[in-house]
Design a protein around this ligand. Structure first.
Ligand SMILES: Cc1cc2nc3c(=O)[nH]c(=O)nc-3n(C[C@H](O)[C@H](O)[C@H](O)COP(=O)(O)OP(=O)(O)OC[C@H]3O[C@@H](n4cnc5c(N)ncnc54)[C@H](O)[C@@H]3O)c2cc1C
Length: 388
């Protein structure tokens, strides 16, 4: 087989890149290790920046998001039982959209199927070859046979545990990492959300987040220990841990019910530099991870894809490699700002340290955020997404 761009991974980064390239007449094949059903069953991101909405529209898959997504003009932060609101609309004129990653993935898969672009699911043993030559190749096993794809470029969109980053020479990569000593225990339940807007909670008992997927489906998280396992958290224990962290109104309005999904996610900050190795380009979680507190992971995957798709379009349409040459620097400049914001949200809202000095600093940070229009504007600008 031959294609122009071989894309590894059918998560949001790979599917969105494939769709944008197809729109510009650039051939691509996506190789995904899992089945389509498995990819669609992963419950993850839910908050979409305005610039990401624009990209989904550009890819021609935004219609359902505009119909079913929930536009949020602000966010609430509850500190030790007192709730404060930050208005994105007033401070930046912008908003975010609450629309599940599962739905975005479905829209992208449907869009790809509608144009007949090829995706190979359940592709085993994907391997990258000759990435520093002018003729890279990808091999894989599928249907008990070996296959080979010749291509011009490889886009590594295969997430943190994928093969693409590992295919670059180790000496060519610098990895920056911070691991937080806690995780997020999340549940999804078919109960009405406690609030129309997200509530981030800083409490002496630990962090909590009240989020949602629709007016009838809630997503809640509480900070947990990395040593915890899911079986030690029956639903009743989760609700008992969440309720006292809320303010009085939240405690009264909280509707509990059986969970339909429950998982523990570790919190990590990670950046691999650079994001280009010869003809291999990394995008999304393959190159960087943020703790989910700032809701930036999916949005960063989308911004990488924007820079990368434009670079490929310039290469094929204008015969210019300028975009490809600058891809890594451009993408990383935005990545590091989102890393900073996600780190700040995480360290300010979680109970990480028992040192009273650190705890006082958290309260001072938040007090400043609520009292200063400048601080609130900086927060809102970052939350709704920095411009490309
Ligand atoms: C609990 C939680 C909450 C989150 N909340 C938010 C949020 O509100 N907002 C936000 O923006 N982000 C959020 N995120 C982060 C977001 O989900 C990720 O950043 C996003 O999925 C990254 O997309 P991606 O396409 O780069 O990687 P992935 O979604 O990881 O996709 C990579 C794909 O590559 C495939 N793959 C892996 N290895 C191979 C291989 N060897 N060969 C072929 N295919 C392979 C995988 O199966 C996968 O389908 C959250 C994450 C978690 C865990």
């Amino acid at each position: 087989m031959r294609t122009q761009v071989a894309i590894i991974g059918a998560g949001p980064a790979g599917l969105l890149l494939g769709q944008l390239l197809h729109k510009h007449g650039i051939d691509n094949i996506i190789l995904e290790r899992q089945t389509a059903d498995y990819v669609l069953s992963r419950v993850r991101a839910g908050v979409i920046e305005q610039v990401t909405m624009g990209l989904l529209d550009e890819a021609g898959v935004g219609a359902r998001m505009h119909k079913d997504g929930l536009v949020h003009d602000g966010v609430q932060i509850c500190v030790d039982g007192v709730r404060h609101r930050i208005s994105f609309k007033e401070l930046t004129g912008k908003a975010v959209m609450v629309y599940g990653q599962t739905e975005i993935t479905k829209d992208l898969m449907d869009g790809r199927a509608a144009v007949g672009a090829p995706t190979v699911y359940a592709a085993d043993d994907v391997a990258l070859h000759d990435i520093f030559s002018g003729a890279p190749r990808v091999t894989y096993r599928g249907d008990s046979k070996s296959h080979e794809i010749d291509c011009d470029f490889i886009a590594g969109c295969d997430g943190f545990h994928g093969i693409s980053r590992k295919s670059a020479p180790p000496r060519a990569i610098t990895a920056h990492e911070r691991i937080y000593p806690l995780g997020w225990l999340g549940i999804l339940s078919d109960t009405p959300p406690v609030s129309e807007e997200l509530i981030y909670v800083r409490h002496d008992r630990g962090f909590a987040l009240c989020s949602m997927r629709s007016p009838t489906r809630s997503r809640y998280y509480i900070q947990c220990s990395l040593a915890d396992d899911i079986d030690s958290w029956p639903d009743e224990r989760f609700w008992e841990a969440l309720r006292p962290r809320l303010d009085e109104e939240g405690r009264e309005r909280l509707v509990t019910g059986p969970s339909i999904e429950k998982s523990i996610a570790p919190l990590r900050s990670f950046v691999a530099e650079p994001m280009r190795f010869g003809r291999l380009f990394l995008a999304g979680d393959a190159a960087h991870i943020v703790p989910p507190t700032g809701a930036k992971g999916l949005n960063l995957a989308a911004s990488d894809v924007r820079y990368l798709s434009q670079a490929f379009i310039e290469h094929y349409a204008d015969k210019s490699d300028s975009g490809l040459d600058h891809y890594s620097d451009r993408a990383l400049a935005r990545v590091w700002k989102a890393e900073r914001f996600s780190w700040w949200m995480t360290t300010t809202l979680h109970r990480i340290s028992e040192n009273p000095f650190d705890l006082k600093l958290q309260v001072a940070e938040l007090d400043y955020l609520f009292r200063s229009t400048a601080a609130a504007t900086a927060f809102a600008e970052n939350y709704v997404g920095l411009p490309y």
